[in-house]
Design a protein around this ligand. Structure first.
Ligand code: ATP
Ligand code: MG
Length: 361
């Protein structure tokens, strides 16, 4: 694990008047770069050749570094180059998708905005659940073995991206039947069984509130909210039930995009307290807690019960719906505030208050 002392040494070697904001060219990079530019930073992007068009069409990047593969971020040479550019890295979903947690915590000697220690809490489903439960959030019930299933559950595979291979079952019998079918079709392996996580299916609508935990202001701000547009699950309702049965569809949850949303106002007090409590708990588990953006993945039922099934302790792509502004950012900041810019603002203020070391790890 890269410690504070090592990061301190690097940051002290930086020219703090020429800090640059850097990230991988995907996920929420345009959000991050636009925010960085609006706060007066240079920007650095590691990007694949095929994606470079984004940064030509939207010229938000000062140093475009073409890589074959995002793992090049880990090479000594690349890291040296980034340090020479005084880069603060902003982690997003592609960091955890393309690099292993240990690589991020142990081999990336470039200052990162955020709390590296929390990556471990987030990466493991069990520890993540412990964190959220201890923060007092309502989580869907979990089942130790398929034999315990007594209601509708969602069966989740470890490391499955976008819910691929997830399936629903409402009894031990339907579980084993579906599992067997998926094995037969080659989508699962027999020994996947022990790794499957069985979670109560919360019947309701998805709501993804995004927060910004400011170390400087000592506050957690509710800054954005979205819902996802998921293929194929959001399209299943378009075909009649008879055809659904005939083609035996299983919902998959590949995110195609996001919609901005506002929650009914009576839900806001609870959503706000949830954000505060998750940060408070994180402060005990891994001081100083969450630094910067995080998002709770929730389902809200018809009784207005909020179930949280996951946390991302970083910027999520759903905040892209707020580029420019969003109702929640507007309520606090007026026009022209959004997650990418909020990150840059915190770094700018930390630098001018000589507190940069408090927001990077
Ligand atoms: N307990 C639950 N009850 C109801 N729906 C759920 C539950 N857990 C997950 N889902 C649905 O399944 C989708 C994928 O689940 P989940 O977020 O756990 O997968 P993932 O692999 O983490 O995907 P991503 O990395 O894109 O977030 C969610 O967006 C949600 O629609
Ligand atoms: Mg998820």
């Amino acid at each position: 694990m890269i410690g504070n002392a090592e990061v301190k040494k690097i940051v002290e070697g930086y020219d703090q008047k020429k800090l640059a904001i850097g990230t991988l060219g995907s996920h929420s990079s345009l959000n991050i770069f636009k925010g960085a530019k609006e706060e007066g930073f240079r920007t650095v992007c590691l990007c694949k050749e095929k994606d470079a068009i984004m940064y030509h069409k939207y010229p938000l990047v000062d140093d475009l570094i073409i890589v074959k593969d995002f793992t090049e971020l880990l090479s000594e040479k690349m890291q040296e180059r980034l340090r020479k550019l005084n880069v603060i890295l902003i982690p997003h979903g592609s960091f955890t998708a393309y690099l292993r947690t240990e690589e991020l915590t142990d081999s990336l000697m470039v200052p990162m905005f955020g709390n590296r220690q929390l990556l471990h809490w987030e990466a493991n489903r069990k520890s993540q659940e412990e964190w959220l439960r201890q923060a007092g959030l309502r989580l869907p019930a979990t089942f130790k073995t398929p034999e315990d299933i007594d209601r509708l559950v969602i069966a989740k595979l470890p490391g499955a991206k976008g819910g691929r291979g997830y399936f629903l079952a409402h009894s031990p019998k339907t579980f084993h039947k579906k599992f067997g079918e998926l094995v037969k079709r080659g989508m699962l392996k027999e020994d996947d069984l022990s790794g499957i996580h069985l979670q109560e299916y919360a019947l309701g609508v998805n709501v993804y509130p995004s927060y910004f935990s400011s170390i400087l202001q000592d506050d957690v701000e509710l800054l954005a909210m979205d819902r996802r547009y998921e293929s194929a699950v959001d399209s299943i309702g378009k075909i009649p039930a008879a055809e659904q049965l005939e083609i035996d569809v299983n919902p998959t949850y590949t995110v195609v995009g996001n919609f901005p949303m506002v929650a009914r106002e009576s839900l806001l007090p609870e959503l706000m307290s949830m954000g505060d409590n998750v940060h408070k708990k994180a402060r005990e588990l891994a001081p100083p807690g969450i630094i910067g953006p995080f998002c709770l993945e929730t389902v809200i039922t018809d009784e207005l019960k909020i179930f949280t099934f996951e946390i991302s302790a970083r910027i999520v792509a759903g905040t892209n719906v707020g580029i420019g502004t969003s109702p929640y950012a507007y309520l606090k900041y007026g026009e022209n505030m959004y997650m990418g810019r909020r990150i840059a603002l915190e770094i700018k203020q930390a630098t001018s208050q000589n507190r940069l070391l408090e927001v990077v790890a």
